[in-house]
Write a protein that binds this ligand. Structure first.
Ligand code: 0RA
Length: 449
């Protein structure tokens, strides 16, 4: 984020300089600001899209698709189609309202051109729109434009087809009307600049996997991908279409496809707490692994954060309270730990946060404190309702938790026994530790713990 702040400071400096040195003040300031912005992206692309390798190359597609997802989340778009063209350029087509094309008085150009050529101009026209999607770097489509040797946008809107093309982010001509139409939407084509990216080849599976994930995270949107570089035996291009009606519930079923499930259907909730949309699905299987994924604004938060903490807290507390009430814990001689509640658990937590604070090494850890309570509340309510309404399943889950706790307890006992034996016999340990077992077994135990 600090890069962006520096970027803006530089921009302001250059505007001030321009205003005091150039005659045609306003125009120069405007155009310099635009050019400087996109030049900065070309000069230091990694700062904006992460890297210039395979990841960055694919990030360009996600950035464009994210804009269409936003339009879909606002309720105006149902279909997003991605095509890998024979020359490794990418075409993204949506059936939204179309990017506005009206004249933008402040920038003295079409709104469409502003969106395509000004850094961070994405959401300017629709302040009230529900805009939470957006890549990890949230840089907008103008960055993709800056890093493309050629880009073209077609807008279907108000009965007309508008078009503009660019080279390395610079418009080749003003926005123009090239025909009439009875549909609405936006179609964007771009060819990543081969002088910037280390690789130019798109991976079908990588894009397909992300589009599948997006379809689960945003139920009701149809996303498709077609690879025009290949032709099957039947003369068709390889293609996949993703659509999820059940959202995260289906995501969890998909993830657990090859595992034996403990309960028949995933536990699922969708709702809003303190203005934060929260969606959670969870399923227990017979394995011992924890498989919990969390998302913020469609971004996988690998490092977790407050939303995950809220989920864990609610899970532990709600299950524990239920288990205690049910009497199933009465004979248990030891404490259940948080980990025990997550053995064999597959879960997805997805929240949409208006101003996410991303922290951590890879900026994939949510920092917003208010999200913890929202998720905690939502999950507590969902889970306690579920447990009350599904006593048979509830019993199986508690049994599974007790099994995990018992196994953990037994493993610990066994380990302690082996260590104690080793310490007392003085065998199998290097000199220093063996010596210490004679003089201070207590301290040694602690040390070996
Ligand atoms: C802001 C306002 C409006 C549409 C969009 C953004 C929009 C942007 C993109 C980017 C890709 N596809 C898109 N579709 C729509 C329209 C506002 C209005 O019509 O009143």
């Amino acid at each position: 984020m600090s890069e962006f702040i520096n970027e803006n400071v530089n921009k302001t400096d250059s505007i001030i300089e321009t205003n005091t040195t150039k005659k045609n003040q306003e125009y120069s300031a405007d155009s310099i600001q635009v050019l400087e912005g996109l030049e900065a992206v070309r000069k230091r692309p990694a700062m904006y899209i992460g890297d210039i390798g395979v990841k960055g190359l694919h990030h360009l597609v996600y950035e464009v698709v994210d804009n269409s997802i936003d339009e879909a989340l606002a309720g105006h778009c149902k279909n997003i189609d991605v095509f890998i063209r024979p020359d490794n350029s990418i075409l993204v087509k949506d059936d939204g309202r179309g990017i506005p094309t009206d004249y933008h008085t402040k920038e003295k150009k079409s709104a469409l051109e502003v969106v395509m050529t000004v850094l961070h101009a994405g959401g300017k026209f629709d302040k009230d729109s529900y805009k939470v999607s957006g890549g990890l770097h949230g840089v907008g489509v103008s960055c993709v434009n800056a890093l493309s040797s050629h880009m073209k946008v077609e807008v279907y809107r108000e009965g007309k087809v508008f078009i503009q093309e660019y080279s390395c982010g610079k418009p080749l001509y003003d926005v123009k009307v090239i025909g009439e139409t009875d549909r609405t939407g936006t179609t964007t084509t771009f060819l990543p600049d081969s002088s910037i990216f280390i690789t130019a080849i798109y991976q079908y599976d990588t894009l397909a996997t992300r589009l599948r994930e997006l379809s689960f995270l945003n139920k009701g949107i149809r996303l498709s991908i077609t690879d025009e570089r290949e032709t099957n035996a039947d003369g068709q291009h390889p293609s996949d279409s993703f659509f999820s009606e059940g959202g995260l519930k289906e995501f969890v079923v998909y993830l657990d496809e090859n595992r034996e499930k403990l309960i028949q259907d995933p536990i699922y909730m969708e709702g809003e707490r303190s203005n934060i949309p929260v969606e959670v699905a969870m399923q227990y299987n017979t394995s011992f692994n924890e498989n919990v994924h969390s998302y913020v604004n469609n971004i996988n938060t690998h490092e977790g954060g407050t939303h995950l903490a809220g989920f864990r807290r609610a899970l532990t507390r709600t299950l524990k309270t239920y288990a205690e009430k049910s009497g199933q814990l009465d004979k248990l001689k030891f404490e259940i730990s948080g980990d025990d509640f997550r053995e064999g658990l597959t879960a997805i937590i997805s929240v949409k946060v208006q101003e996410p604070q991303f922290e951590g090494q890879t900026k994939t850890k949510l920092g917003n404190n208010e999200v913890m309570g929202a998720v905690d509340q939502a999950v507590s309510e969902m889970l306690s309702n579920y447990l009350e309404e599904h006593p048979r399943e509830a019993r199986m889950i508690v049994d599974k938790v007790i099994l995990a706790a018992t196994a953990r307890h037994a493993a610990r006992k066994a380990r302690e026994l082996v260590q104690r034996k080793n310490v007392l016999s003085g065998s199998g340990l290097p000199g220093k530790l063996s010596d210490c077992s004679d003089s201070a077994p207590e301290g040694c135990e602690l040390f070996l713990g």
